[in-house]
Design a protein around this ligand. Structure first.
Ligand code: PGA
Length: 262
């Protein structure tokens, strides 16, 4: 099953509006020819409106880094799916930083995932194990329970309206990526699990990204793995050239071909 690759840049708590708009324009510019890859950038909430305006009409989609599950109400500091709808087509949910630093529970994440899907915002649902869990051979169990928990309120697997991101916690921001075999076998196991639970056609259609210290040097080998459908990128997404290189690695359209058409 051919799944369109997705390269997603998680900008985390970096850059105010002006810098975010500059980076967004630069990314759109450098990846304009790579129309066979889906590209999404996730600026801070503050910059969402300006960034989404800046990339309008380009290949680049805009996503949010978080949201609340409710549409409105007394939730100081939060932002709702309906507020995001006109600004973002995707939202990162269950990122390990939200889980670990801000104490987000599986229950809360499950409510958000269901809310994103029903509000037509594609959730990029993050799962991942700690180093201790990997060393104790608990990776499969941990990932399966995270998947079950995140999908708790959904009857079926929304294969075309959701993306899963496998991000081993030990690989995030550490410079140590999962090697291609580790990433591929772990993601293949997740897909296999989804297949037994939701059927093979849904599991085959769902995109599963790898995230954790992806950079232009290691992406080529990771990207060529059968089950890795793209990347969720932190650090390397903050430099337009690096991010564009990741996109180009996953694209079958070369700039040479584009030049020869002009
Ligand atoms: P990193 O972050 O690429 O800097 O490791 C990935 C992420 O947190 O999504």
């Amino acid at each position: 099953m051919a799944r369109t690759k997705l390269i997603a840049g998680n900008w985390k708590m970096n850059m105010g509006i002006t810098d975010a708009v500059d980076l967004a324009r630069s990314v759109a510019d450098k990846t304009a020819s790579n129309t066979d890859v889906e590209i999404a950038i996730f600026p801070t909430t503050l910059a969402l409106a300006s960034v989404s305006e800046a990339v309008q009409g380009t290949n680049v989609q805009v996503g949010a880094q978080n949201m609340h599950n409710e549409t409105d109400g007394a939730f100081t500091g939060e932002i709702s799916p309906t507020m995001l709808q006109s600004l973002a087509s995707m939202v990162i949910l269950g990122h390990s930083e939200r889980r670990q630093i801000f104490g987000e529970t599986n229950d809360f994440i499950a409510l958000k995932v269901a809310s994103a899907v029903s509000n037509n915002i594609t959730p990029v649902v993050c799962i991942g194990e700690t180093l201790e869990q990997r060393e104790a051979n608990e990776t499969s169990n941990i990932l399966q329970s995270q998947v079950i928990a995140a999908l708790l309120h959904l009857k079926d697997l929304p294969a075309h309206d959701m993306v899963l991101a496998y991000e081993p916690i030990w690989a995030i921001g550490t410079g140590v990526n999962a090697n291609p075999d580790q990433a591929e076998s772990t993601i293949a196991a997740i897909r296999n699990f989804l297949s037994t639970r939701y059927g093979s056609s849904a599991a085959d259609a769902l995109r599963i990204l790898y995230g954790g210290s992806v950079n232009p040097q290691n992406w080529e080998d990771l990207s060529s793995q059968e089950n890795i459908d793209g990347a969720l990128v932190g650090g390397a997404s903050l430099k337009a050239d690096d991010f564009a290189k990741l996109v180009k690695t996953s694209s079958s359209i070369t700039d040479l071909e584009i030049d020869s058409l002009v």
